[in-house]
Design a protein. Structure first.
Ligand SMILES: Nc1ncnc2c1ncn2[C@@H]1O[C@H](COP(=O)(O)OP(=O)(O)OP(=O)(O)O)[C@@H](O)[C@H]1O
Ligand SMILES: [Mg+2]
Lengths: 366, 278
């Protein structure tokens, strides 16, 4: 009960200073691609390709964290398999990027290099049409959505809940990882996809391409936040929290939780897929490692640390942890996991509402 | 053979404008030609070999207020679980009206058909305000699509105001339900039941944890509902039962032990034995 109440408090729209901070952050994000394109590399205002890619990558993670929070923080379904939906979106986009390499690969073949290496003569059926970006995007959103639909239907219909549900999602991503590790599966085995050359004819490493991808990521994050805001403040959103807090009461009010869970679960998976599709061209690689169980657990940690049951919390959490991670992995690579674990335990013990709760408490006391 | 009312039918009908004003005795489509709204016939339920309900038969008349008493573990809550679809009977049948076989419907469908239930432990949505709790319970379409587009109509607002007055929580409407007292939560849950406009209300220990004054108010409330709704009330509080009861059914060891007025059952040897003996 205590936690239900504190979640509710965290769900309220932030106070004015938080809104101002949000507007400032958005302005900075929108300025970054411009500063990358149009300032002198020697100038102190210049945003390097490294920084732009790093921030773009973190923004993709933030979108995933938001998607995760809709099912966990609001609906109470702890998924430990969200990395799978993200990776599948990445693979969808990766298929297009591999095809777009054309004859410029090492083997100068029509087929992607790894297929030539396996001595395949024709494209497998599921690669048909992947030379079109539009179709690849359909796959990037549709495949995670379809998988979530089938998995969710089976799990929610059998009323699988709590830790059993979490374990099943974890097993799902693990099984998918093993499948994708196999060369015969047709997705490049453990190397995955890399060495992309271009997207829609533009060089993948061109500043303008980077800036555009970055901008699209910012727009997707803003759109996801807006859609999330509308969703959680609708009657639908209240039904989600009702599922989280007292599912049987809701059923005896005449609502069937199955369809509500399924809707938010599938929507969340599709959003992750889209984030994955924007991630791959920016970082330039996708491999089955993205499906590792640890990745999905990390997503849950971003949300817990940022503050679940709010829209901004997960975004903050993903941003803070990944910024810390990129600093640690340069400065003290061997201590990163200790830091992450410690941070998670500290949040669980002392900050049930996450970083956002800390910010808000600060405000309330002031 | 008569056809069973579909949940969609009921849903559409309960969305009719003029039904929103107050509870109704009968939902169109429910066949109660023999004057009974609920029939339980020869119901048995076992948990790991333990018989919680043992060939229980019981029926409730339209508009009746029936009290159910019985010692702890008699199977009162289990009976409500069977009626509302939470537990499936091993044998026997449960009918709502003449034609609706409750075993064929899920919890949510049964609620939509017009059976509302208050849990033994008061259960409300603690992270929502009192008013929001009532809004969610309000009769109306239950689909995802409808919930995405839902807007409160003026009529629904009036209905909520009316309910808030009825359950004496008008002043608390903007408070989080989790902050209410135990008795207030009980009332809120009763209000949520009424918002659903059920024809049959199942109340499991509605006055547990209430002060004497609150208990008295609850008795008054239930008496006003009688006639407009059919009610089944499980209670241990005999004074409360005495203040509302018409007919009382005594359950013991999963079966009906006695039935009649409160005086009659209190004078019954076997009833005295299960309450005092052993
Ligand atoms: N899910 C279950 N699994 C196993 N046993 C159960 C289950 N539900 C109820 N029982 C048992 O069935 C018997 C009847 O329980 P029930 O809750 O219906 O009693 P009750 O009449 O409501 O009692 P009380 O007055 O204490 O609420 C009890 O002995 C109980 O332990
Ligand atoms: Mg009971």
């Amino acid at each position: 009960m205590q936690s239900a109440l504190s979640l509710r408090l965290a769900q309220r729209i932030g106070p004015l200073p938080l809104k101002l901070a949000g507007a400032a952050a958005l302005a900075v994000l929108l300025a970054m691609p411009a500063l990358h394109l149009w300032t002198d590399p020697a100038s102190s205002l210049h945003v390097s390709a490294y920084t732009l890619t790093l921030v773009g990558k973190i923004l993709c993670y933030a979108i995933v964290a938001l998607a995760m929070d809709l099912v966990w923080g609001y609906t109470g379904l702890l998924s430990l398999g969200h990395g799978l939906f993200f990776a599948l979106g990445g693979y969808g986009m990766g298929m297009y990027l591999m095809r777009a390499i054309g004859h410029d690969g090492n083997y100068q073949s029509d087929l992607p290099d790894f297929m030539v290496f396996l001595d395949w003569k024709t494209l497998p059926w599921f690669w048909q049409g992947s030379e079109h970006l539009a179709w690849a995007l359909c796959l990037a959103v549709g495949v995670p959505g379809l998988l979530a639909l089938v998995f969710g239907w089976l799990a929610f219909r059998s009323r699988i809940k709590g830790v059993y549900f979490s374990i099943m999602t974890q097993a799902l991503t693990y099984a998918a990882m093993l499948l994708f590790f196999r060369n015969e599966t047709g997705f490049g085995g453990n190397n995955g996809f890399t060495d992309f050359k271009r997207i829609l004819g533009y060089g993948i490493a061109e500043p303008a391409t980077r800036a555009t991808l970055f901008l699209l990521t910012v727009l997707l994050l803003v759109a996801a936040l807006a859609a999330g805001f509308w969703l959680v403040h609708s009657k639908f959103g209240r039904i989600l929290t009702a599922i989280r807090d007292a599912e049987s009461r809701l059923m005896f009010c005449g609502y069937n939780p199955l369809y509500y869970k399924l809707f938010i679960w599938v929507a969340s998976a599709m959003l992750c897929g889209l984030a994955g599709a924007l991630y791959v061209p920016q970082v330039g690689i996708i491999n089955p490692g993205e499906m590792s169980p640890a990745n999905s657990i990390e997503i849950a940690i971003w949300v817990a640390v940022g503050g679940r049951g709010s829209l901004i919390g997960p975004v903050l959490g993903a941003g803070f942890i990944n910024a810390a991670k990129s600093w640690f992995t340069v400065a003290f690579p061997e201590y990163w996991l200790f830091f992450l674990g410690g941070l998670f335990i500290a949040t669980t013990l002392f900050l049930p509402r996450g970083l956002l709760g800390l910010l808000r408490r600060h405000k309330e006391n002031a | 053979m008569m056809h069973t009312t579909t949940s969609q039918q009921v849903q559409r009908e309960s969305w009719d404008g003029d039904t929103a004003a107050s509870g109704r005795l009968l939902q169109p489509g429910l066949d109660v030609t023999h004057g009974q709204i609920l029939y339980l016939d020869d119901i048995s339920v076992s948990f790991d070999g333990f018989r919680a309900l043992n060939r229980l038969s019981l029926s409730i008349a339209v508009g009746e207020l029936r009290c159910i008493i019985g010692p702890n573990g008699a199977g009162k809550t289990t009976m409500m679980d069977v009626i509302t679809g939470k537990t499936r009977a091993d044998s026997g049948s449960a009918f709502f009206g003449q034609t609706i076989n409750l075993a064929q419907h899920s919890e949510a469908e049964i609620a939509q058909l017009g059976i509302g239930r208050k849990f033994q432990k008061p259960t409300v949505f603690e992270a929502m305000t009192v008013q929001e709790n009532l809004e969610l319970a309000l009769a109306g379409p239950r689909s995802v699509w409808a919930s995405l587009r839902a807007r409160l109509t003026g009529q629904q607002r009036d209905r909520i105001d009316e309910l808030l007055t009825l359950i004496r929580l008008g002043e608390q409407r903007a408070r989080l339900a989790g902050l209410l007292s135990h008795g207030q939560k009980q009332w809120l849950e009763i209000g949520m039941l009424l918002a659903q406009e059920p024809q049959l209300l199942l109340l499991d220990e509605p006055v547990a944890g209430m002060t004497d004054a609150e208990t008295e108010k609850t008795a008054e409330l239930l008496l006003t509902l009688k006639g407009r709704h059919s009610l089944m009330v499980v209670e241990h509080d005999m004074d409360f039962i005495a203040s509302i009861a018409g007919k009382v059914t005594v359950l013991a060891e999963g079966a009906v032990l006695a039935e009649g007025s409160l005086q009659q059952v209190q004078a019954d040897e076997r009833v005295i034995e299960v309450y005092l003996g052993r």
